[in-house]
Design a protein around this ligand. Structure first.
Ligand SMILES: Nc1ncnc2c1ncn2[C@@H]1O[C@H](COP(=O)(O)OP(=O)(O)OP(=O)(O)O)[C@@H](O)[C@H]1O
Ligand SMILES: O=P(O)(O)OC[C@H]1O[C@H](OP(=O)(O)OP(=O)(O)O)[C@H](O)[C@@H]1O
Length: 231
């Protein structure tokens, strides 16, 4: 995969360019706060202000900046080397399967699972006989791989949210989505029928950056590891 077109790092007075840590906005970020603090990462004050329109923030360490992006985009920023380190769910890594990403640390937060869910009362036997199935999901690759391994062709309807509506509205037979408590499924008349994979958030690293800047990136990995052990 190509590296970024140009280096646009906020260069320090001594010419050094800070590492960039890509963080997901939204629910993981809320859980991440204490771990970041224990790892010695203190972003500028407006980082935690959801109303701030800024996307890139300096931290108390002049050699580390953070960017706040959508969870799916964390993997893309890191895979292309625009950010050297990032944090995202294992679901995102499974979906993209970027060979450029190394995921050395399970952070133990953002616990949920990627599952298949179907309308309550739909006999499992019905699907067992199908060679094609309509699947609404924001994980087209995970869904296709999962059903292909069972000899079923998944006709994917790609949605970005509210997948739970799709079967009752005739968009699909079933859904592939994240489940934690199961309350979203229940509230929408669906039942979880298969767990595809457990999910937690991971610290991810661009493999090329790790080779070219082993000390700087290795030091951050060690700080995250120590923060996890201290928890
Ligand atoms: N119900 C949940 N419980 C625990 N973790 C979850 C849950 N839903 C999502 N996650 C984890 O959080 C990550 C981000 O969640 P989600 O995709 O819902 O994004 P979001 O915070 O709503 O932001 P956006 O969709 O706007 O990018 C997921 O990739 C997954 O790893
Ligand atoms: O099993 P539960 O505890 O109900 O959690 C599962 C729900 O959480 C996630 O949605 P989220 O709340 O992040 O909303 P969105 O993906 O639609 O933005 C996921 O897409 C499910 O809808």
């Amino acid at each position: 995969m190509d590296q970024p077109f140009t280096t646009t790092g906020t260069e320090q007075a001594n010419g050094a360019v800070p590492l960039v840590l890509a963080l997901p906005k939204g629910r993981i970020l809320k859980e991440l706060g204490p771990l970041l603090a224990r790892s010695g990462i203190h972003p500028a004050a407006d980082f935690h202000d959801e109303k701030s329109r800024r996307l890139r923030f300096e931290t108390s360490d002049p050699m580390l900046d953070v960017v706040r992006v959508r969870s799916f985009d964390v993997a893309t920023f890191v895979a292309f080397g625009a950010a050297q380190i990032g944090i995202c769910g294992a679901d995102v890594l499974m979906e993209f399967d970027y060979p450029e990403i190394y995921a050395p640390l399970d952070l133990g937060i953002g616990k949920c699972r990627v599952s298949v869910a179907e309308p309550e009362g739909q006999p499992a036997a019905d699907r067992a006989r199908l060679s094609r199935v309509g699947v609404a999901t924001k994980y087209p690759n995970i869904a296709r791989r999962h059903f292909a391994a069972r000899g079923i062709q998944a006709e994917v309807v790609h949605l970005n949210g509210a997948m739970e509506l799709a079967p009752a509205m005739g968009l699909s037979n079933l859904i592939v989505d994240l489940v934690q408590t199961g309350s979203t499924l229940k509230a929408n008349g669906l039942v979880e029928t298969e767990v595809i994979a457990p999910v937690t958030s991971r610290l991810i690293v661009n493999r090329t950056a790790l080779k070219t800047q082993p000390e700087a990136i290795g030091a951050w990995l060690a700080r995250f590891r120590a923060a996890l052990e201290a928890a």
